[in-house]
Design a protein around this ligand. Structure first.
Ligand SMILES: Nc1nc2c(c(=O)[nH]1)N[C@H]1C(S)=C(S)[C@@H](COP(=O)(O)OP(=O)(O)OC[C@H]3O[C@@H](n4cnc5c(=O)[nH]c(N)nc54)[C@H](O)[C@@H]3O)O[C@H]1N2
Ligand SMILES: Nc1nc2c(c(=O)[nH]1)N[C@H]1C(S)=C(S)[C@@H](COP(=O)(O)OP(=O)(O)OC[C@H]3O[C@@H](n4cnc5c(=O)[nH]c(N)nc54)[C@H](O)[C@@H]3O)O[C@H]1N2
Ligand code: SF4
Ligand SMILES: [Mo]
Length: 742
């Protein structure tokens, strides 16, 4: 007998609805895209089919592990939590709360439980140093949104299905499947733009798979997008092509923008960007002339020398062409459930209110560059990090200057990891607490629907009953938070859940702009019924969203109970304009020219003429079958030809005596690695590419498959000190390297 189950794929922002075939022994025998799913309509990629294999992977950590000698021994939950409660609180009370660091990894954004647990956990460990991949990812976009809209997570999404004109910079959906632009089958949607007479342009140093679905590829020197975009903005403003349309009455700062880009002409930036002035002028004019258009920048734009300015200029172009917040332009989603990230943090948005101890990096939105973690551990002195908690993260592979972090982790007094594997990072932990199998927990994408190209949501029940002998993963985070505070075991997680939920309800009731203003907290709490934990929180977030039921005020409004009747998703239609009501800046206006960002324009101007002989510049890349540093333990996803290769243009290969299939030594200011060479004209001259997420051949990992396809750790050569100042974000793209035959 087989049964069918439905489940959201948790691996990327496409959020595909999958159909799983199960046999009697709880084996997944088939994974298919669910054709009846209202959001993904049958779409899936090879990673989705790995859901069952991941569940069954013998290497997946299923019980707590405690360090013993060079390895680990299996332990009970009691034993593991007791050990943590014997060690962590002591370190914190003796050396202060900043002796504890927490690293919160990327899968938190894709896990219903972790996304619900983190907002409870983080305030509980107040005073600890918090690190995340944000500063190797979208932090520049968070900075721009915080300052321009007053919402750090309100990031406009290209309205793919209605736009006439799309410019993609530094994003490669053919690999990533789209990011901060959630849509299944992005490539099919690009084809559709062109089929309806529109135009797609890709600006990238590499001729990626996305270019195959575009009208034009514009190769660009890494790190110079801000010059290109500033020049385009200048053309549009100078030639009288700007038209803010309905944005004009509530937008401030246009004159400051004009001044910021003045003199940065196409002719001036042609050499630095490697793009002819005539091309830049054409791109600008076509953008302004298109009936609707969206400029979209992603990680190649963020994690580079001018990440903030480039991300800001994307917004500027969308605004001055009147395309922000209009159908076919760049819009804000109104998801079924309001994201907790849309609540303004009590301390507001902060910049530079404190600095990191060792390099003195100013905090940006509460974070300093992630590579600071290593130096905070290995540099002696008061305030040194002595204890570390990692939650669903693999910084020893994923963070810049990874070699230094790998050497620093053994110097910790105590380390706890919540993870699915013994990998390059967690091998250093004293205790590993297992995350839950994806199939043994429910799913809702609490964050990602905020970046969806249509309004909607989908809740998936657990496919298999959760293991009754272990804490739920969100409870684990609450337990860790309580342990840090010296609370005795067993931690009353239900009490904490009630406390946080009650507090949130009160905040919402006290906020006159919120739908529950003036209601009775006890009544609202009672109406949540039996739901607890992440479910109760989700129900609240649905019931206060614009699709709400206002806790009984609207009979046709949405609740979690109603959502659960739709396992194949809920589609609430295309995105709708939200401005100016949605703006939460102090002025209540769209702040197009924030001082914090404009202050960096001088640095950009000095880049124009800094005609440096940079030699080769390194950029990264992703592959459809990888997911950052993990999923390499699934044989079907890694087998076949080596994907961790150095891509080199034929001319650069010839001048350096590099041959296809040979190996190259790649050296930067941070370190040196050896990788196989793949000669390819998909690279522009002067730029080479090595993917991140590899390097699994280290002592002590339990990754039977990945160890056989190890690759090299690109982040060993990514310098930890190349940072875009206004966003504290690592410029992991565009750094100089020396490449020679090995
Ligand atoms: N299969 C798969 N999917 C993923 C992931 C994965 O690892 N594998 N990771 C997920 C995560 S965490 C994220 S954040 C997203 C990222 O999603 P994307 O941003 O789409 O990521 P990439 O595929 O790395 O594409 C980045 C592009 O930027 C280009 N680039 C590099 N430097 C520059 C530059 O200076 N200027 C310009 N214009 N382009 C530049 C690169 O050549 C590359 O094509 O993907 C997510 N999806
Ligand atoms: N050079 C370079 N470096 C980069 C990038 C780049 O483009 N170039 N991209 C950066 C980006 S965008 C990102 S987001 C980061 C990613 O950086 P990280 O988040 O640190 O790394 P991941 O490889 O995503 O590791 C995820 C970890 O979470 C575990 N895990 C997965 N799901 C779960 C779960 O449900 N529960 C628990 N407890 N654990 C889970 C996995 O086993 C793995 O150890 O990498 C960054 N690093
Ligand atoms: S595109 Fe692939 S990884 Fe992304 S959600 Fe769909 S099946 Fe999962
Ligand atoms: Mo990311």
């Amino acid at each position: 007998m087989t049964t069918i189950a439905h489940r959201t794929c948790p691996f990327c922002e496409a959020m595909c609805g999958l159909e799983l075939t199960l046999d009697d022994d709880r084996h997944v025998t088939l994974v298919r895209g669910d054709r009846e799913d209202v959001w993904s309509r049958g779409y899936l990629c090879p990673k989705g089919t790995a859901l069952g294999r991941l569940h069954e992977d013998p290497d997946r950590v299923r019980v707590p592990l405690i360090r013993e000698g060079d390895g680990f021994r299996e332990a009970t939950w009691d034993e593991a939590l007791t050990l943590i409660s014997q060690r962590l609180p002591g370190i914190v009370s003796e050396h202060g709360r900043d002796a504890l660091a927490v690293y919160i990894g990327n899968p938190v954004a894709h896990s219903f439980q972790l996304a619900a647990g983190i907002p409870v956990f983080v305030p509980m460990v107040d005073g600890a140093q918090i690190y995340s991949p944000g500063t190797v990812d979208q932090w520049p976009q968070n900075v721009v949104s915080a300052l321009a809209f007053g919402h750090m997570w309100a990031i406009p999404v290209p309205d793919l299905d209605r736009t006439d004109h799309l410019i993609v910079l530094g994003g490669n959906p053919s690999a990533s499947q789209g990011s901060l632009m959630a849509a299944p089958d992005v490539l099919g949607r690009l084809d559709a733009i062109r089929a309806r007479g529109g135009r797609v342009t890709v600006v990238d140093p590499r001729r990626t798979g996305t270019v195959d679905h575009a009208d034009e590829w514009v190769p660009i020197r890494p790190g110079t997008d801000a010059l290109l975009l500033a020049a385009m903005a200048g053309v549009i403003l100078d030639e009288g092509l700007a038209d803010l349309g309905r944005l004009a009455p509530f937008t401030d700062g246009l004159d400051a923008v004009r001044e910021a880009v003045s003199g940065i002409t196409p002719e001036r930036v042609a050499e630095a960007t490697g793009i002819e002035a005539t091309t830049i002028r054409r791109l600008a004019r076509d953008l302004a002339a298109a009936p609707t258009a969206a400029v979209y920048g992603r990680i190649g734009l963020c994690t580079q020398e001018f990440g903030t300015l480039a991300s800001w200029l994307v917004l500027v172009l969308n605004v001055i062409t009147g395309n922000l917040d209009r159908p076919g332009g760049a819009m804000f989603a109104t998801p079924l459930a309001t994201s907790l990230t849309s609540f303004r943090p009590p301390q507001g948005f902060t910049f530079g209110t404190w600095c990191s101890r060792v390099r003195g990096a100013p905090e940006v939105l509460g974070q300093v560059p992630a590579a600071c973690l290593a130096e905070e551990i290995d540099t002696p002195g008061e305030g040194r990090v002595r204890a570390l908690i990692t939650i669903a993260g693999n910084p020893a592979v994923s963070m810049p200057d990874a070699g230094r972090l790998a050497r620093a982790l053994p110097q910790l007094d105590f380390m706890v990891s919540v993870d699915l594997f013994v990998n390059e990072t967690t091998r250093h932990a004293d205790v590993i607490l297992p995350g839950e199998s994806f199939l043994e927990q429910p799913h809702y994408d609490s964050l990602i629907w905020q970046f969806a190209i249509r309004n909607g949501g989908r809740y998936s029940d657990a496919v298999f009953a959760p293991d009754p002998d272990r804490p739920r993963e969100w409870e684990l985070l609450v337990t860790l938070g309580a342990i840090v505070n010296g609370e005795a075991l067993p931690v009353d997680t239900a009490m904490w859940d009630d406390l946080v939920f009650g507090g949130l309800v009160q905040v919402i009731i006290d906020d006159p702009s919120m739908p529950l203003s003036g209601r009775d907290a006890a009544e609202i709490i009672a109406m949540a019924g039996d739901a607890r934990g992440p479910e109760r929180m989700l129900d609240l977030r649905i019931r206060i969203s614009p699709h709400w039921d206002h806790y009984g005020e609207r009979a046709d409004g949405w609740t979690l109970a109603r959502l659960r009747e739709h396992p194949k998703g809920v589609d609430l239609g295309p995105l709708e304009p939200r401005l100016p009501e949605f703006l939460a800046t102090d002025s209540g206006r769209l702040e197009l020219a924030p001082d914090h960002i404009l202050a960096d324009v001088g640095r950009l101007r000095s880049r124009i003429d800094a005609a440096r002989d940079e030699g080769l510049l390194m950029i990264g890349r992703r592959h459809l079958r990888s997911n950052n540093s993990w999923l390499h333990n699934v044989e079907v996803l890694v087998k076949g030809r080596d994907r961790c290769t150095l891509l080199v243009h034929p001319d650069d290969a010839a001048s350096r005596r590099l041959v296809d299939g040979g190996s190259a030594r790649i050296t930067s200011s941070a370190g040196s690695v050896v990788a196989p060479v793949e000669v390819s004209d998909e690279m522009m001259r002067g730029v080479v590419s090595l993917p991140h997420g590899w390097g699994h051949d280290v002592e002590g990992v339990r990754l039977g498959v990945a160890s056989r396809y190890p690759g090299v750790n690109a982040n060993v050569i990514v310098p930890g000190d190349r940072v875009d100042g206004p966003s504290a974000t690592h410029a992991v793209n565009g750094f100089p390297v020396i490449v020679e035959p090995a």
